[in-house]
Design a protein around this ligand. Structure first.
Ligand SMILES: [Fe+2]
Length: 185
């Protein structure tokens, strides 16, 4: 791992040791924004490879003792996620290259079979901007905003091996479905 990434991970370690989700995510947001803006994040080439089938999700770092992971996602033109949750895990997401559209949702009704959401606006996230998700506010849609690849880094307070995605059905309702998450090469 390059020197700049090793230094960033030391800063993430210190942030995670703050212990409280609100404090941790605020600190990580600042660390990511500073590191990206100062061009201290240079990713190995394999993290920048687009997959034609869908966005790529690759593990950058995992610390089992501190209980967090860093994942890089690479988005080709037109690629994005369905509406999804974060399995109750806090997360900070920063844009390293390109631009992302991030649309936040609030869960306003959950009858077990079907859910309703209210859209909370869309952020056009440019390089060097980062956003935090702290459960229960953990529902969003991410999409590449460009006709060229975008790259994002995601710091999770755990390892997200699955989440729920929400498929739109009739009259504005969504059905919840579990989705297993994997890492790509
Ligand atoms: Fe997400």
């Amino acid at each position: 791992m390059s020197e700049d990434l090793t230094a960033l991970i030391a800063r993430l370690d210190a942030a995670v040791r703050l212990g409280d989700a609100a404090a941790i995510t605020q600190r990580i947001k600042h660390e990511l924004e500073d590191a990206i803006r100062d061009r201290r994040v240079t990713l190995p080439e394999r993290f920048r490879r687009v997959r034609p089938e869908g966005y790529a999700r690759r593990l950058l770092h995992r610390d089992d003792a501190l209980g967090y992971t860093a994942v890089v996602m690479t988005w080709g033109p037109g690629q994005g996620t369905p509406l999804h949750d974060h399995a109750g895990i806090w997360c900070v997401e920063g844009v390293v290259e390109g631009r992302m559209d991030v649309t936040q949702y609030d869960l306003v009704e959950d009858s077990g079979d079907a859910c309703r959401f209210e859209q909370r606006g869309c952020v056009h996230a440019a390089v060097g901007s980062a956003g935090c998700l702290i459960p229960p506010f953990e529902y969003h849609v991410l999409a590449n905003a460009l006709d060229s690849p975008s790259v994002t880094v995601h710091i999770y307070g755990g390892e997200m091996t699955s989440c729920h995605v929400f498929d739109p059905v009739e009259d504005g309702r969504y059905v919840r479905r579990e989705r297993a998450l994997c890492y790509h090469d």
